[in-house]
Design a protein around this ligand. Structure first.
Ligand code: SF4
Length: 157
């Protein structure tokens, strides 16, 4: 499975009922893009990562949260996810055969749900250009309607 769009694993999450503040630090996305999290932010991320370490669905959370810009998902902070997302994008671009078709079909199906490329990329955990590439590969052509950007699902676990 590339991603679980319904996040069925969430019922087993260790953080169910835990204050989301543990995982989301104000302005964390901005901090990442400056490449210099403050000591306070870094310390808060560390606390969340320690909490996630023995979560039974950490792998699924890390996979499905790879494209999220803020907060700690699956024991990874935004900076760690950014690095992994780039690697994931490169791997996806090099794919061939049935797995490539699987990714392309997922991207295409998400576009059919009227999601913008930005959101397709976030959901799959890849870069924007890779999401666009997927939609134009393996013979699939994406709908050309004007797509409204839906409300973000960031933070929902
Ligand atoms: S790994 Fe994900 S689901 Fe598990 S505690 Fe951490 S944030 Fe919650």
């Amino acid at each position: 499975m590339i991603v679980d769009l319904e996040k069925k694993w969430v019922i087993h999450a260790k953080c169910a009922g835990v204050d989301p503040e543990l995982f989301f630090t104000d302005h964390s996305a901005n901090v990442v893009y400056r490449n210099s999290p403050t000591r306070k932010v870094a310390s808060e991320w560390e606390k969340a990562k320690i909490f996630c370490a023995d979560c039974p669905v950490r792998r699924q959370c890390a996979r499905d949260g790879l494209g999220e810009m803020e907060g700690v998902w699956g024991g990874m902070d935004p900076a760690q996810r950014l690095v992994l997302r780039r690697t994931h994008s490169e791997k996806v671009r090099r794919l061939t055969g049935s797995l490539k078709k699987e990714y392309a079909k997922l991207a295409y199906d998400l576009r059919l749900r009227h999601l913008a490329y930005h959101d397709v990329a976030r959901i799959i955990g890849i870069g924007l250009s890779t999401a666009q590439y997927l939609c134009t590969t393996v013979g699939l052509s994406c709908p050309r309607t004007t797509l409204a950007r839906p409300r973000t699902t960031s933070g929902s676990r």
